[in-house]
Design a protein around this ligand. Structure first.
Ligand SMILES: [Zn+2]
Ligand SMILES: [Zn+2]
Length: 543
């Protein structure tokens, strides 16, 4: 029956579905589910093979390069699967774990008996197991119990994996109570409405007391006419304190109020206004400093620096080189793209800022900068782009221009696609790349970008594949889309221009050693946790 149903699943065309009986339709769902899992298994096996070709037999010198074999494999996978570096990293970890650590589990996955989601959980929940015998025994048990799709529910199977890990290697259990001891700060929830972001913080109890008391103090420091509720003022107080304020700016709107004035939270934001393309504003129109329905720059985009949550994978963020290439001339923690006609702004990370928030920001001290249109931005006779030119390129691209990479452009390096001085410092020849992908290009290991006049970039990969990325700005604000000439490379006399050789950034230790170190540290922490629990309760904890 299942073979037959499998064939039926392939035979259905979406247009024919209405003719299929209820029974045949349900018959087709199960094999299609297995096929989906089997296809995911094949995909992860390919990813593991790509990884292995770049990483196996890597010598110490290459393994110590910041762009090591793993980073090069990751770039290939990012581009081929359109995945950001963090997501590509995760897929590689899962693929390699299946191939090298859990071959029997990989086989049942390949037969479609477990979903990719459960496999992701299994590889994570076994990643601290270091003893090969324990690992083989866990692998065998998973394979033995996951042979039929749905025999164990997904949750039951994951629970069973924890149990087997606990039996074979108690120090390798991923303990939720270990996480409970950690402190963390995380931002963003998928249900957040526009303009606000949830955050969760776990801090030391004494720090919580200080924060709570200080939030009250800030919230109570405004005059009675402040329109916000105390809850809102307490929330605003946290950011105000983080922005370096010693009090909360009063929002009563009365200039005579002692508490009114510039808000340090807004002072940390730069609003970029795209000029020169508003048919009503005319060439070189000065941006209004107060936006509104009838006049000022209507809000457009881009947001506060969200810190390290930019999709960097663990290894990368640990290995950032100390100083480097071109920093943003403004290095503004936030920016707004403000096209005419839009009602709200969009942060550099893609979050929407409603018009009223943008108005508040500008009214309370956000910096407003204008960005010229490319027509006003000619070639600049120097290597480092001006602040204006840099802002234009970053605001147009909004993300790193490498395929799959979503790291924000405002934290990216600006690169001359055709290297300076043959390539001009000109909007058509500049692209933002995150440090990792900037190095990928600069090291001349086969990743070659070509700029197009519409702002898109075609990358040729070392394998010869071509991937084209588009800038996000014109996608969000189509009325700002415009072609930018790309100056022809100049003939230059290389004498005297050979100075810009890239240096090879390195790691303190290889990625492999780094990972071993982290796993070890986690196991030591588990051991301490077990010892502590025994001391407190007289009994080792259930996992
Ligand atoms: Zn007031
Ligand atoms: Zn990138």
């Amino acid at each position: 029956m299942s073979v037959c149903a499998g064939r039926i699943a392939h035979m259905f065309e979406p247009s024919e579905l209405c003719k299929v009986s209820d029974e045949a339709l349900v018959d087709a769902v199960a094999p299609a589910t297995r096929e989906e899992a089997a296809a995911a298994a094949r995909r992860l096996a390919f990813i593991a093979e790509v990884t292995s070709r770049w990483c196996d037999d890597e010598d110490e010198f290459s393994a110590l390069a910041l762009i090591d074999g793993w980073a090069q494999a990751k770039a290939q996978i990012s581009a081929a699967c359109n995945l950001g570096p963090h997501a590509a990293n995760t897929q590689m970890r899962i693929g390699v774990a299946l191939r090298e650590r859990l071959p029997q589990t990989a086989a049942v996955f390949g037969a479609g008996a477990v979903s990719a989601k459960v496999i992701a959980a299994i590889t994570w929940r076994t990643h601290l197991v270091t003893d090969p015998e324990a690992l083989a025994s866990i692998d065998a048990k998973i394979a033995e119990n996951a042979h039929g799709y749905g025999v164990l529910s997904e949750a039951a199977l994951i629970h069973a994996v924890d149990h087997w890990v606990h039996e074979s290697d108690p120090l390798a259990v991923i303990r939720s109570n270990a996480a409970a001891r950690d402190r963390y700060l995380e931002f963003g929830d998928k249900d957040d409405p526009d303009g606000v972001v949830s955050f969760w913080e776990r801090m030391r109890a004494t720090d919580a007391k200080i924060t709570d008391a200080r939030a009250d103090e800030f919230a109570d420091g405004v005059c009675d006419n402040d329109p916000r509720t105390k809850r809102e003022r307490r929330a605003d107080a946290v950011a105000a304190a983080m922005a370096g304020a010693s009090r909360l700016t009063c929002m009563c709107g009365d200039p005579a109020c002692a508490g009114s004035g510039k808000d340090p939270r807004s002072g940390a934001v730069t609003v970029y206004v795209l000029t020169g393309q508003n048919p009503d504003a005319g060439e070189g129109a000065e941006p209004a400093t107060v936006p509104g329905p009838d006049g000022g720059p209507e809000p457009g985009s881009v947001g506060p620096d969200r810190g390290p949550g930019d999709g960097s994978d663990e290894d990368w963020s640990a290995e950032k080189p100390a100083a480097a290439a071109q920093r943003s001339p403004t290095d503004a923690p936030a920016a707004q793209y403000t096209p005419p006609g839009a009602g709200a702004g969009i942060t550099i990370d893609g979050d929407i800022i409603p018009a009223h928030l943008l108005t508040d920001l500008i009214n309370t001290g956000a910096t407003v900068r204008t960005i010229s249109s490319p027509a006003d931005l000619g070639a600049e006779n120097r290597y480092r782009p001006s602040a204006q030119l840099g802002a234009f390129v970053r605001m147009t691209s909004m993300t790193c221009a490498f395929p799959g990479c979503g790291r924000p452009a405002h934290k990216a390096d600006l690169d001359h696609v055709t290297p300076w001085p043959a390539g001009a410092t000109h909007p058509g020849n500049l692209r933002p790349y995150c440090r990792e992908h900037h190095l990928m290009k600069t090291l001349k290991i086969g990743w070659i970008p070509t700029a197009h006049t519409d702002g898109s970039t075609t990358w040729t990969a070392p394998t010869g594949h071509a991937y084209t990325t588009r800038p996000l700005g014109p996608v969000l604000f189509p009325h700002n889309a415009c072609d930018t000439d790309i100056p022809r490379p100049r003939r230059i006399n290389l004498i005297g221009h050979a100075g810009r050789q890239p240096t090879l950034p390195t790691r303190r230790r290889t990625r492999k050693k780094d990972r071993e170190h982290r796993i070890n540290a986690e196991r030591v922490r588990n051991a301490l946790g077990i010892a502590l629990d025994i001391a407190l309760d007289g009994d080792p904890p259930p996992f």
